[in-house]
Unconditional design. Structure first.
Length: 197
């Protein structure tokens, strides 16, 4: 399986974004040494795509598949793409506060700690639907790891489209998110322009 092993803070600096969107509350003290040259239109589009891929931890081929799926759905392609990325199981686990970062959420799902509607799911890219109940399996609930995670994520805001029950390590997808409820700093229209060339 391909894994992106780029240092996180370095990548955040190069994309000009805050690491807090990844669940990391570190700050880089270094400044990006870049000449003040004008970025082309293609360069801006590419940067937005790289930002979305980096935030959600998706590589190129699956990202292209998400775009193809979004273009077949009704409505705006860019909005559909962001909704598909946001409803990935690893992202929902992160949003519910059951993981400190999206990478940790992916690992929790990979290690078969997550139940969706009572069934074990170990596919991070599994797309959740409205009404799905996501919870940590009984065997893992007593682990010290989840007590540590809840201490760190206790103050984190849970989006309005999710309902979290952190004492019982579970959450419910109340409805599908709208673009306004997705707080990632990505201009999806530039991604659509890039792929529609």
């Amino acid at each position: 399986m391909a894994v992106d092993r780029v240092p996180v803070l370095k990548r955040c600096r190069s994309l000009g974004m805050d690491p807090i969107y990844l669940g990391i509350d570190k700050k880089s003290n270094r400044e990006l040494k870049r000449a003040n040259r004008k970025v082309s239109e293609y360069g801006q589009q590419l940067r937005e795509k790289q930002k979305a891929k980096f935030i959600y931890g998706v590589l190129e081929k699956p990202f292209r598949n998400y775009y193809a799926k979004a273009s077949k759905m009704n409505g705006m392609v860019g909005t559909n793409l962001m909704i598909l990325l946001e409803t990935r199981l690893d992202n929902v686990v992160f949003r519910l506060g059951l993981a400190r970062t999206r990478k940790e959420a992916r690992q929790i799902v990979d290690h078969k700690h997550v139940l969706v509607n009572g069934k074990r799911v170990n596919i991070p890219s599994y797309l959740v639907k409205a009404g799905d109940v996501i919870e940590i399996c009984e065997k893992s609930k007593s682990a010290q790891r989840y007590k540590d995670i809840l201490e760190v994520t206790a103050g984190r805001m849970v989006p309005a489209w999710l309902e979290a029950d952190q004492e019982n390590l579970r959450g419910t997808v109340k409805e599908m998110p709208t673009r306004d409820e997705i707080d990632v700093p990505v201009n999806e229209m530039l991604i659509v322009e890039l792929y529609s060339k």
